[in-house]
Design a protein around this ligand. Structure first.
Ligand SMILES: C[S@@+](CC[C@H](N)C(=O)[O-])C[C@H]1O[C@@H](n2cnc3c(N)ncnc32)[C@H](O)[C@@H]1O
Length: 297
């Protein structure tokens, strides 16, 4: 004999419409499908080591310093992280989903004498916190790259450098692209052509700002509105009831530049972004003044 409360639940289930039974199964099927899609979209491909001659160019392009923390996403046998530590004294983190490669990398780091400066983590790179990294290296399949872009642009510190072997971080336009012919790549790709894509993480300046210019330039406070996407930077300044576009608007690491036609004068702004403040100098027809913009709201 079942206890009374249990029987009541059984009767409720027995009289429930069919759809209510179908629902938990359908949900599970949907969740399984989503997990499968998630697994396949985070698959950056099998282990193929970057040839040493390309590795040299990647580290050179990133201009690695002793103060850097180099993350290789999908670190394979650990060669990029170990070389960055050995040659430049940098610290490094290899993120690799394959446990055997992680163990191999750890042994290799110890035998190369950099075991104290590097660590290897067995993890999915999409589940890894990248906030500590100042340099990122990757050699992953192109289908993964668009998904990586928002993660890199949100988590990495402003000014962090990224070097990607062969595949760009579309749709983000690279700051530099290098092309090489490398014999070893013939076996891997069927072509000797090799590309390196270099990116610098820009300051995050989307939103509304209030801009003030100091004496001697007689300009009232302006409301700036900025839209920022990986492949686009647009801004306007509200002046006398209409929106004037910011011209030749660019942000590279923490350096911002734009022009603004104010009455009949072209104002040329250059400055530096630090969180919710931008400061710099504005020039117009031989005159110069300091300016400051603060994030509104
Ligand atoms: C082409 S190899 C590059 C290895 C190394 N970075 C190099 O350049 O020599 C790609 C590596 O990424 C790893 N990988 C692929 N998808 C991954 C993911 N989602 N998370 C972590 N590692 C991943 C693979 O196991 C493989 O070792």
């Amino acid at each position: 004999m079942l206890p009374t409360n249990r029987r009541r639940i059984l009767r409720a289930l027995a009289t429930a419409p069919l759809a209510a039974f179908a629902w938990p199964g359908a949900l599970r099927a949907q969740q399984d499908q989503a997990a499968k899609e998630q697994a396949s979209t985070s698959d950056g491909g099998p282990f193929v080591p970057t040839p040493w001659v390309i590795l040299d160019e990647m580290l050179k392009l990133a201009e690695i310093q002793r103060t850097d923390v180099v993350f290789d996403l999908g670190s394979g046998d650990g060669r990029l992280v170990i070389a960055a530590a050995k040659r430049f004294g940098a610290r490094g983190v290899g993120v690799e989903r394959d446990g055997n490669l992680v163990n191999f990398s750890r042994r290799q780091a110890t035998s190369e004498g950099v075991g104290e400066r590097v660590r290897f983590v067995q993890a999915d790179l999409f589940e890894t916190d990248l906030r500590e990294a100042t340099v990122i290296t990757t050699y992953l399949l192109p289908r993964l790259m668009p998904r990586l872009v928002p993660k890199l642009r949100t988590e990495l510190p402003v000014g962090a450098r990224i070097v990607s072997h062969d595949y760009p971080l579309a749709p983000w336009p690279p700051d530099k692209t290098l092309l090489f012919d490398v014999e070893e790549k013939l076996m891997i790709n069927g072509t000797v052509e090799t590309k390196l894509f270099y990116y610098v993480v820009p300051a995050r300046i989307a939103g509304n700002w209030t801009l003030r210019v100091e004496q001697p330039l007689p300009i009232d406070a302006l409301a700036l509105s900025v839209e920022q996407a990986p492949d686009r930077l647009d801004g306007t300044a509200r002046m006398a009831g209409f929106d004037a576009p910011l011209r030749e608007f660019s942000v590279r690491a923490d350096q911002v530049r734009f022009g603004l036609l104010h009455e009949t004068r072209l104002l040329e702004f250059r400055g530096k972004v630090a969180g919710d403040t931008m400061t710099g100098e504005v020039r117009a027809r031989g005159e110069a003044a300091r300016w400051t913009a603060r994030r509104a709201g």
